[in-house]
Design a protein around this ligand. Structure first.
Ligand code: COA
Length: 712
């Protein structure tokens, strides 16, 4: 009998804990963890376990779990790898709910079998494993520091989930140094059982967590992760740092944790789909989380830049454009608001330029005016060091104005640029959690993140859409290919598949003789295209197996004979089963719609500009499946060529609805048919509105069979 899964809340709020491998040796991990638990002030029962017995840090040491009375919610295992399975067995039979396996030496070094066996055993007994290969976890809700970090974690409102151990450990010290308060920090290591999605279930609800930072190397649980991230990002800001962006980085990540780092474009697009903010570096991630945890949602999109320097004002304007921050441009309103507080040789056009002569007093008055104006929803305040501004007045000016803006619920960010005194003021203010940065781009990036998060509230969670497809026919087609030992579909099978899925195709027939080819061409109507049908010829054009734009019967006869001649010469052993005669497709906009099974995210769908240059232009984007029609439309707007769909230079708008429909149908197919690994419709030719679109070429690859020989 499999036991029910324990409630994830107990991991963060355990009533009693044990440390297996608690050591008497002050240099060992088993000692450090116990020391952190005791020092951080956990108030539940703490049981060190070690066969040597005795006492550590004043706590009686139990020789085994059997000596401990009462329930045990969480156990931290820090014994060498060869003892871990025994320890897990003992915990599972003792009814322990969560086991944090600190120990290294499992899938990350190729020992995946034992890791799997440990997790399978634990799950059967209703115990869940965090790790292995982790530094532990911290939960402010229980004042529990069960890590071997440096201690001194500042409790607060930012939750961190990290796949990297060393970086996570370093984050403990770094967050403390920067006074970033932590609500929870969890090391997920090899993610053999507990995944980010499980932890997010708790963090979404945890009221003390106001923003969530995730450091991800590779995704394992794509489906549940996408589902919970979509919910989470509508409740609180979620920021993801993904390493393995570069090809070399991805290879390093894969060997590092034994997980496959997914392609960066896919990750990026799916994070957008979820409403998750992406940080390029740990620094950016910290800045965003710290700012977003403390800042209320703006009431609108009108931002004003106030500066004493024209140059940084322009830089900030560029940064606003880059990060999607809209500058208020009602010249009359700006003049009325800032005219009285700006010198005549300054500027009241956004950026508001107080000029190099500005003092703290000038800033106070301009910031007062911005605060009082309800059509100004957020402010970027910039300062360049000048001899006119007494640096000693910088800290009080910034701190006081920040406090007033916080009270009023109006977001503000500061940037101050100058010498040593400015830098040290900035450091102090930042430690006091005032959003101030030396680079204007960093300041505006935070505000941009706030606005991107704000957009999540404008989009309610989109329901998923599916299209009816004929799965019985799909099954037949796949079985036919399998019976012939193929892992790809032939052209006519691909066409039949599109019919079963409901995507329109050009008119077409397969002809086995010259007479049949001529008859088919006359029925379809000229001009037509002829293509060789042969499982042995994958690259038909290269083999001379394609003839385009045939206008009449004579051209069809010539082309038919030439195709047979060419293909026999190019691939002498090829078995040619006929020639496909199809309508010559009218010119339209060539798009690509694809889908595949991503190792991390599971089924995903791709859309972009198609045709022969797809590899060069790479104007494509992705979504996790299931998805909705509304989301597909958002996805389509992401490609650079989107204006072509809307109609440019006198061309009419294309039939966007028919393209959305094709994407949804391909998404439904990949989701409902595990036997298919890759589908690519290229080109899908889109015509003017009302005239639909047609799948001109289709490639389908089949997935490896399940062990029982079925299409799963
Ligand atoms: N039950 C309870 N205690 C046990 C035990 C068992 N079955 N077997 C051994 N112990 C005790 C040992 O007696 C020892 O205590 P002692 O020092 O008082 O004698 C303690 O557990 C630790 O065992 P030891 O053999 O000394 O191991 P260690 O401390 O050198 O290493 C790990 C243990 C888990 C730290 C090590 O194997 C490891 O995996 N290190 C890497 C951890 C890591 O980097 N994780 C990822 C971070 S991001």
């Amino acid at each position: 009998m499999t036991h029910p899964r324990p409630d994830i809340h107990r991991l963060f709020r355990p009533r009693a804990i044990a440390v297996i491998g608690a050591s008497h040796d002050r240099e060992k991990i088993g000692f450090k963890i116990l020391q952190n638990i005791v020092t951080a002030g956990y108030s539940g029962a703490i049981h060190p376990v070690n066969p040597k017995g005795g006492e550590i840090l004043g706590l009686p040491v139990r020789a085994s779990l059997a000596e401990i009375e009462g329930e045990l919610d969480v156990v931290c295992t820090c014994v060498p790898a060869k003892h871990v399975f025994d320890s897990v067995r003992a915990c599972a039979s003792r009814g322990v709910k969560f086991n944090l396996v600190i120990t290294s030496g499992f899938s990350e070094i190729g020992n995946a079998e034992e890791e799997k066996a440990i997790v399978a055993h634990a799950r059967e007994q209703g115990m869940r494993i965090l790790g292995p290969n982790i530094f532990g976890m911290y939960s402010a809700a229980a004042a529990l520091d069960m890590t071997f970090g440096p201690g001194g974690i500042v409790p607060g409102n930012v939750a961190i989930i990290t796949q990297s151990g060393a970086l996570g450990l370093a984050m403990i010290g770094k967050t403390a140094a920067e006074n970033i308060g932590i609500s929870a920090m969890v090391s997920v290591g090899n993610k053999a059982d507990i995944q980010e999605s499980d932890l997010l279930e708790y963090l979404v609800e945890d009221e003390s967590t106001l923003s969530i930072l995730m450091y991800i190397e590779g995704v394992r649980d794509g489906g549940p992760l996408v589902e919970v991230l979509q919910r989470a990002a509508r409740v609180k800001p979620v920021v993801a740092i993904k390493s393995g962006r570069s090809k070399r980085g991805a290879a390093a990540a894969a060997s590092h944790t034994g997980s496959l780092a997914g392609s960066d474009e896919i990750f990026e697009a799916i994070m957008r789909q979820c409403g998750v903010l992406r940080a390029e570096s740990v620094r950016e991630g910290f800045d965003l989380c710290k700012f977003l945890a403390r800042t209320r949602t703006p009431r609108g999109r009108g931002t004003v830049i106030i500066t004493n320097g024209g140059g940084i004002g322009v830089l900030a304007t560029d940064a606003c454009e880059k990060y999607g921050v809209s500058l208020l441009d009602d010249a009359q309103d700006l003049r009325a608001t800032f005219g009285p507080v700006t010198p005549s040789f300054g500027s009241t056009r956004n950026p508001i330029d107080l000029t190099g002569g500005a003092t703290a007093d000038h800033y106070d008055r301009a910031l007062d005016a911005a605060l009082a104006n309800d059509s100004i929803h957020s402010v970027v305040a910039l300062y360049c060091e000048t001899a006119m501004f007494d640096v000693a007045t910088l800290a009080p000016m910034v701190a006081q104005n920040y406090a007033r803006y916080q009270d009023a619920g109006k977001p503000i960010v500061f940037s101050a640029f100058g010498g040593g005194d400015v830098e040290s003021t900035l450091g102090r203010l930042s430690r006091d959690r005032v959003p101030i940065f030396s680079d204007v781009y960093d300041a505006v990036h935070c505000l941009g993140g706030l606005y991107r998060h704000f957009e999540n509230f404008a989009h309610p969670l989109r329901r998923s859409d599916e299209a009816p497809i004929d799965l019985a026919v799909v099954g037949e087609i796949l079985a036919g290919a399998r019976a012939e030992g193929r892992t790809f579909l032939l052209a006519h099978e691909g066409r039949r598949l599109m019919e079963a899925v409901g995507i329109p195709l050009p008119r077409s027939r397969v002809a086995r003789t010259l007479e049949e080819a001529v008859r088919a061409a006359e029925e379809i109507g000229y001009p037509v295209v002829l293509k060789v049908v042969s499982r042995d010829i994958l690259h038909k054009s290269d083999a001379g197996g394609v003839a385009l734009d045939l206008e009449n019967r004579d051209e069809v006869i010539d082309a038919y004979q030439a195709i047979y001649r060419n293909c026999r010469a190019a691939v002498p052993a090829a078995n040619i089963s006929g020639v496909e005669v199809s309508e010559m497709v009218r010119k339209g906009l060539e798009l690509i719609v694809g889908a595949r099974r991503d190792p991390g995210f599971g089924p995903i769908v791709m859309f972009g500009l198609g045709g022969i240059y797809v590899e060069v232009l790479k104007d494509v984007t992705f979504r996790a499946v299931p998805t909705s029609r509304a989301e597909v439309l958002t996805m389509m707007k992401e490609i650079r060529a989107f204006p072509l769909l809307m109609g440019v230079r006198g061309e009419e708008r294309k039939d966007i609805d028919s393209v959305v429909d094709a994407v949804i149908r391909i998404a439904t197919l990949i989701r409902s048919c595990p036997g298919i690994s890759d589908i690519e419709v290229n080109p899908l030719v889109a015509y003017e509105e009302g005239e639909g679109s047609k799948a001109v070429d289709v490639r389908v690859l089949l997935a490896a069979l399940e062990e029982d020989g079925t299409d799963a």
